[in-house]
Write a protein that binds this ligand. Sequence first.
Ligand code: NDP
Ligand code: 2IT
Length: 448
Amino acid sequence: MKDVQTRVEEVLSLVHKRNPGEAEFHQAVREVVETLEPVLEKHPEYGEHKIIERICEPERQIIFRVPWQDDNGEVQINRGFRVGFNSALGPYKGGLRFHPSVYLGTIKFLGFEQTFKNALSGMPIGGGKGGADFDPKGKSDAEVMRFCQSFMTELYRHIGEMTDVPAGDIGVSGRELGYLFGQYKRITNRYESGVLTGKSPEWGGALVRREATGYGAVFFAQDMLRARGDDLAGKTCVVSGAGNVAIYAIEKLQALGARVVACSDSSGFVFHAQGLQLATIKQLKEVERLRIASYVEHHPDAEYHARGNIWSVPCQVALPCATQNELDEAAARQLIANGCIAVSEGANMPTTPDGIKLFLEAKLAYGPGKAANAGGVATSALEMQQNASRDRWSFEYTEQRLRNIMRSIHDDCWTTASEYGQQGNYVLGANIVAFQRLAEAMLALGII
Ligand code: NDP
Ligand code: 2IT
């Protein structure tokens, strides 16, 4: 038997060789695999059955052409993706991202994270992810509709409520899911509600799904603080992003008595010392689809910093809710120096490995995305449950289910980290809990 460290190094070099140039995927795998040594020591059968090697190789990867016509009649061509990463625990489940930066490596990193996150959620869902290098910014509704219809015209044959269930991610929310579902329904001649989640509550979507990722990340922050005898009331917070996750993180932080002083988009950030006015942000972003810079036109006492660094704003609690690698070592250092005590990741992999190292060394409460933002996909699983039973739950009941799920995720990570002698290390806890659930299911299902 090879020693565990050699095996871990071999896995990483194989992932590099098989997936050249996919830096985010390499990063996501390294972050997980490096924490698994103690569990591999304890369970040699995982090594014998090459569980990690199998988890790192997606079960299937689909790449397809998405042709569509813009409003000028010009033909446009994008590239679409869907990666079915792991179906040991349930049908592939995970969002679709529409952003010009999307390539296969983005989808693989997100699919890998999703596989662990979904296992950690405790719901019966496997891991998958998809998307396209399409940029919805500046496109008319009609263009977005034609793009979504063309995308689904290929995707429909690969998905299904028992096979693969997409949802939203960056650039994909209620509007896009409506067009996607409409085309799926038309092609298949089935009103198969459970094939997509994040649908509008008017036609098959679950209440609380829209709010769930942001709310969940705040619940996770609340539980991390509670474990230290503290809470969110009165805390000064910074939330990056101004999209779906950021907006509902701000909403729940404010409801729990925290003061949120800054948020951002890819152009810059706003700082509002007296606390952000969420109604303005919702109007600008959800209705008018404008840049966050416009916020200061409504609130002249706020400041806008074009291309500024939001992590320079002093805060006690930080929620990165925009995108991967948005919080680097220098930003982590600045947050710590400014007295930040908790970081809860609404985005996927927003902190760079050097940043994470600093957070762990400083022993602040650091909740990695695969734990802290699992509330979104967990509520998607609740939507699947409602669709399967043709039922509809109240907002209060669904939010309570989400609250309980976040508490369980927190407690599972906490207990496992303590068992492995690393109390308070949610990175180690999350990775080990998720890996063991996946490993046990994969052992039971045989070599497939
Ligand atoms: P949205 O598209 O609604 O919002 C994304 C926000 O992040 C926007 O403010 C956007 O600014 C900003 N952003 C996106 N890309 C970049 C970039 N490259 N650089 C700087 N800012 C950027 O997406 P979501 O809120 O749904 O997703 C945000 C994060 O949360 C992502 O990491 C996603 O994977 C993760 N997540 C989402 C879940 C969900 O349920 N939606 C569930 C779990 C995780 P701009 O408009 O200028 O591009
Ligand atoms: O990253 C994520 O967890 C999501 N984008 C949500 C996935 C889902 O299926 O709800």
